[in-house]
Design a protein around this ligand. Structure first.
Ligand code: HEC
Length: 151
């Protein structure tokens, strides 16, 4: 019995290993094999721009948030420039904006606790959602905006 369980376990391990190797081959080796065939031109800045676009967008979002003209931004503006990067899609396990079930237990802890989580960071969320220049008022506004979407 124990022997059978072990062999079941090891065949599952082999399957998982095979999948991991296949992913590595596809992600790493396949693009490399395209270099030189003309599909991926090394040194072409256009291609590089296209490939880094998702990252560049996120950086852009941060830059926009940092460009404060001194006036406090309202909750919606802060959400769109900082928080949306994770909370619109649910990236990194973030509770998705408007997802009532995901937000209900968090809302139950109260706005003060939620603001504190954002200010200090929680789990995969960096302090202030990664925008260090946000004021306490702006964070509160963004939290209230997010909470409002889930009500
Ligand atoms: C890098 C991705 C990311 C960004 C940017 C981000 N969050 Fe989050 N957020 C998360 C994740 C992940 C969690 C879940 C944390 C956990 O419970 O472990 C979370 C949780 C929360 C919570 C619930 C906290 C709690 O105590 O349960 C609130 C409120 C929140 N975020 C608001 C914001 C606001 C407001 C912003 C923008 C200023 C923001 N988030 C930006 C990833 C992000």
């Amino acid at each position: 019995m124990a022997q059978q369980q072990y062999s079941q376990y090891s065949s599952r391990l082999i399957l998982v290993t095979t999948i991991v190797i296949a992913i590595v081959l596809i992600v790493v080796i396949w693009p490399l094999s395209l270099i030189g065939k003309g599909s991926v031109k090394t040194g072409s800045s256009d291609d590089a721009d296209a490939r880094i676009q998702p990252v560049a967008k996120l950086e852009l979002a941060k830059a926009t948030a940092a460009k404060s003209d001194g006036k406090p931004r309202d909750g919606a503006a802060v959400y769109q420039s900082v928080c949306m990067a994770c909370h619109a899609s649910g990236a990194a396990g973030a509770p998705k904006a408007g997802d009532k079930a995901a937000w209900a237990p968090r809302i139950a802890t109260g706005t003060t606790a939620l603001v504190k989580s954002v200010t200090n960071g929680k789990g995969a969320m960096p302090p202030k959602g990664g925008a260090a220049d946000l004021t306490d008022g702006e964070i509160k506004g963004a939290v209230e905006y997010l909470v409002g979407l889930a009500k």
